[in-house]
Design a protein around this ligand. Sequence first.
Ligand SMILES: [Zn+2]
Length: 499
Amino acid sequence: MSLACRHFAICRREATHQHAGDSLHYCYLHYPERQGKNLDQFDEALRQHLESGSCDFRFFQFPAGLGSPSFSGRTFARPADFSEVAFNDSLNLAEAVFQQGLRIVARQTGPILLNQARINSGGLSVQLDGNAHVSLQRAVIVGAADLRSGSDLHLSAGYVEVHGPLSVVATSTSGLYLNSARLHEGFKLRVTEWCAGSRSFSWWLLRGDLNWQTCGFRGEVRFDEASFDPESRLDLTQSRLEGLRISGYKLLPKAIVLDATHISGDCRLEADVGEPRLKILAKSRRPEMDGKTIFANVNLSECRLVGNVFQSMAFSNIEWARHRGRWLLFDELVAVPSQEPAGRPERVLRTYSNIKEACQILKESYRNLGDHVRSGDFHYGEMEMKRREYGDRSLLRFLGLEAWYCYLSGYGTRWKLALGWLAGIVFGSAAIYYFSDPWAFSWNPNVALKYSVDVVTLQRPDLPKHVHPWSHWVRGIEAVWGPVQIALFGLALRMRLRR
Ligand SMILES: [Zn+2]
């Protein structure tokens, strides 16, 4: 009586060996004792298995040592499954054609060779426990390509074409070569340590997003030679980099996400002249930038920056956030105590002085450039922070000197506001004088207006006799406030027009 192999459902073979370890019976393909397996005998058994048309290779135990069965050039009509296979030397699937996808799950393995392989549908899924080397040179994959390694993954995939999302998850990568690759639906990467070195990324075509969250990169990450899909985004949320450089004349992504990204070295983010501004996003947490940072032709309207040292940052042709006709830092826009998610309003109060300092630096740098509009806007931001530092419920915030400076002339930046107040004072007072005692002004409003102008311009005209007492009060206030408002108007105008 002959026993069936333990994995009879897969191999349909009789058992020829009993394993000493577990006392179970196996065919030669499944026999776990790989050391000393006869390669010819194994090949013959494999040939019979393949002739039956099966694409199921689960639990196969390939001979250890040199020389491995090759599937090179084969066509697999059904979904090919290499789950839980064991092999040392290599799994050679080069130039093979997979009509319905390929799945490989293995523990300790040698290299997996898929050079010039074609996967016509169903995609590729590789899950490896140990260090792994996967070669996908010039392969074509229709469907998702999902590569996972429990430790180090070395992927050489030059000229690969993936018609689906590519995903690489590994503890580290000792090499990741995607030169001239064509990626049609983006690239998701999760590696704790990637020695990017001085290599730059290059691919032939990239559609979709680069999702590189929580990665760790050794060396500078440069994208000098890479063209992005102009609608794509590069997401570096919570990743650690030693340097980042995205610049040049090539197509850049639409947005770069730097939420809580840590860049320990220099950083240069720059769109070329004439190109749309590169959008940098950091809505919930600022990126930490330790080195010298250059922003040129970028949009920072939704990027937190405060907390970094602004002195080591250079800004050129920036689009800032805009609120009520004023350019400002995104940090200022979101520094509203009620919007603080942690529910700690005092945290926001403390950030005001950081924002104030950042505004001071930006104000100076725009003044040096001769851009008085922006310089004025950041001066406004600085004063606004000074006023808010009194606290949200403090009277000084609403009635202090800064508050009045804000109400009357927008901290000296809004000449139209100052002029409006001045006109209000002159016309308002004139109206009160006239409508209280029209007879005193010969029933002519122009006479009252002339009188009001004389008061504001400190010509000390006398009020007609027997007018209503409040006209005396109004004249007193107008005589003090009017000249002050003229001065505020003059200062605001000077701030706008000075060289
Ligand atoms: Zn078997």
